[in-house]
Each structure stands twice: as C-alpha cells, then as structure tokens.
Write a protein that binds this ligand. Structure first.
Ligand code: SF4
Length: 408
C-alpha cells in the first residue's frame, strides 16, 4: 500500500492554492511590463521562482512577455552542488531559447580578490557588511542597466523573495540574509534595485512566491519541477543539497560557502552529510579562516587621530584596518590548500571538482600583494593592530600606557 506523504490531501491543496496566487500576481502585474527579468542566485527560492515562471509560460497559464532575461548572479562563492545545478538549469533555459546572462563582479571586487588581494577584512554583521552589495547588487544593477539600454519600455524584475504567511500579514520584507531560510541578496534586489541610478522609473519588482511556505519550495524543486509535465528541470539536486528527503524540515538559508555573517553553516553541513559530497569537508576551513583574519595580529591600525579627506577627524581613532600582506599570503595559501584537498579527493572519487579561486583570480591576488596594494586611506606604514600603545580619544586626549614595555 502506498504510504501517505506530507503532500497528500490538504497539503497538496495548499500547494495548488500557492501556485494559483503566484499566477494571479503575475497576471495582475505582468501585462503592464513588456520585458521581464528574473534575478536568480541558484538558491532554493529563486530557483523555484524561475522554473515555476517558465512552466506557467510554457503551459499558457500566463502570457509570455515580449522578452524574458534570466540574470544568474554568480558570486563565485556558491555551494558546489548549487553551482552545478545552476549550470544544468542554464543549459535547459538556453535550450528553450531563453536569454541567460551570468552576472559576476569585476575581478578586483570579487570576494576572494577583494580580501586577499586588496586586503579588506572579511565582512561581519556589525561594521563591515560590504559583500552583498559588492558581489551581488552592484553587478546586477550594472547588468540591468546594460539590458535596459537595449530595450524600450518598462522592465519587471522578478525576485525569489519568500516570506511565508506570517511575514506577509505583517507586510515585512526581510532584508537580512542571516535570518534562517532567507536567500542572501533577494531582499536587496527587491528593495534596492528599483531606486538605483539609471533604473529608476523603468524598473518594478515582483516577488511572486512571497507567500510560499518552505515545504512548498522543496516539494516543487524535488518532486514537481523534475517531472516532464512541469518542465523536466534539474532542480532535484538543489533540494538534495539541502538534505534530500529531510529537506522539507530544513529552512536553510542560501548564500556563500563559509559566509562570515551566518551563525552556522547549516547548508554546508547538510551537503557534507550526504555520502557523495563528504569529499568537500575541507570547505569547513573557510569560515574559521575568515574569523581568524579579523583578529588584530593580522591587521593594521591607525596610530592616533586620523584626519579624513574633508578635514574632519575620524570618529574612531586607532581603528583597525586592512589585512597585512603576510596575512593575505597566509590566507591565500590556506584557501588554495582547501581547494586542492577537495579536488584531489574529487579526482580520486570521480566526483566534480570545485573552484574557489581560479587561475586568473590567483594571478590577480598575487599581483595586488606584490604591488603592496592597500585600501583607500591606508599606506601600509601603520602599526599592526596588536601593537600596544597609548589610547587616543577623539578629542585628542591621550591615556598613556599604565606600564611601559621597559617596566614589563
Ligand atoms: S552570503 Fe554572506 S558572504 Fe555571501 S554575500 Fe551574503 S552576507 Fe555576504
């Protein structure tokens, strides 16, 4: 006898209702915009959005726009199973004649090159959240600007923002990607892009899966979208990467491997629990490396009061700054070591290899280190941040050391 599943009966009805609501939102807002774009990261929510829309168009349930462009945000930091699934889905989109653009930050702005080459410390939740804008939002803005130049009329940018029912009742759009279940960048696409320079007035955004529950996303990716009737998409690997049959229980966020802003690496750990992905275990070394790099011995600091370009005094005298050249070289070796260990195991087991830093990126990082490149406002002569020195306050007052080194 067939076992009953979570999606029998009432739950399936809810799923059908969720799809109906998605169709209604697209029918209501779609026709006003001759051109549609889809902001896709390869994560679960935006992949569900993308494949659902293609299926609704293919089956005539919604009217196709004049043009449809899929913008794949490739941060070069994606979890390998998601990156592989994204590559397959891109092939499937192109086979259908859908235009796909791969959107990547310029070389010097990429996560690894910016940290290891230029010396900017890894992002954190408090003072330095540079990454989402730099590796996702700015490149997407640029790609959209270029696409808009080729088109007349309004563009509807479709995002994978998904909030579930309670948040919709509260009319909240969550911007935090460190929140469980959210897909990093999607909230920003939703809120920040429409007001960006060059896009204002020509771009509207729509999140047609806003109301979907996470179990519906898994159900779609794993059981519906891979069927021929729903488009024959390579989405099962995305659900598998989050834990296969247990995926429905896991509301995992989607973002970069080793994201310094996420509390735990739920997505990576779930991938590593699957026998055919355990060879990627060395990736666990990335998150501790980013944490270690934020420590004082790897960074410079301002020695005293700092005068800014506009003549004012910086608010935080003796602030910690960029990574030392030694720290960058050490970290580059560690990342290449992690990549090498994964790929040696991949070759031995006949599994896919990964690319954390490619040949061009490594060459650029080495070039920037050799040229002693520092972020703006720093010249490399500053002391390392673990140097013991008198405290300087913003008003110029100095608190001398209680014990000089000679007393110690
Ligand atoms: S996933 Fe983490 S590291 Fe990647 S862009 Fe988002 S916040 Fe930054």
């Amino acid at each position: 006898m067939k076992q009953s599943t979570f999606f029998d009966g009432g739950q399936r009805l809810q799923m059908t209702e969720s799809i109906e609501l998605t169709m209604e939102s697209l029918q209501a807002y779609g026709p006003d915009h001759p051109h549609w774009g889809i902001a896709w990261s390869g994560g679960k929510d935006s992949s569900a959005t993308l494949t659902m829309i293609c299926w609704l168009i293919d089956t005539g349930r919604i009217k196709a726009p004049q043009t449809l462009t899929v913008f794949y945000a490739d941060t070069r930091q994606e979890l390998p199973p998601l990156a592989i699934a994204a590559a397959q889905i891109m092939d499937e989109l192109r086979e259908r004649g859908i235009q796909v653009e791969v959107v990547t930050a310029p070389m010097d702005k990429r996560f690894m090159v910016y940290i290891l080459g230029r010396g900017v410390p890894p992002p954190n939740n408090n003072t330095l959240r540079w990454c989402t804008r730099q590796i996702k939002i700015d490149p997407m803005e640029q790609a959209l600007r270029e696409r808009l130049e080729q088109l007349d009329g309004q563009v509807l940018m479709i995002t994978g923002v998904r909030q579930g029912e309670s948040a919709i009742r509260d009319r909240r759009i969550e911007m935090s990607c460190s929140k469980d279940g959210a897909e990093c960048g999607q909230g920003w696409y939703q809120q920040v892009l429409p007001s960006a320079k060059g896009l204002r007035g020509r771009l509207a955004t729509l999140a047609p899966l806003l109301h979907w529950r996470v179990c519906h996303v898994w159900e779609w990716l794993k059981h519906w979208a891979p069927q021929a009737d729903f488009g024959d998409w390579s989405t099962a690997m995305i659900a598998d990467a989050y834990g296969g049959d247990e995926a429905e229980e896991i509301n995992a966020r989607t973002g970069c491997i080793g994201c310094p802003l996420a509390q735990e690496e739920k997505a990576l750990e779930t991938v590593l629990a699957l026998p055919h992905w355990t060879y990627l275990a060395p990736l666990r070394g990335l998150k501790p490396l980013w944490r270690e790099l934020r420590e004082p011995q790897h960074r410079l600091k301002k020695a005293g009061l700092e005068r800014l370009k506009d003549g004012s005094i910086a608010k935080n005298p003796q602030r910690m700054g960029p990574l030392t050249l030694e720290a960058r070289s050490m970290a580059l070796d560690r990342v290449l070591g992690i990549q090498g260990a994964c790929n040696a195991a991949a070759i031995a087991q006949g599994r896919p290899q990964i690319s954390l830093i490619n040949v061009e990126e490594e060459a650029r990082i080495r070039e920037l280190i050799a040229a002693e490149t520092w972020p703006e406002g720093w010249d490399g002569d500053e002391p390392t941040a673990d140097t013991v020195m008198a405290t300087v306050y913003q008003n110029g007052a100095v608190q001398p050391l209680l014990f000089s080194e000679a007393d110690a």
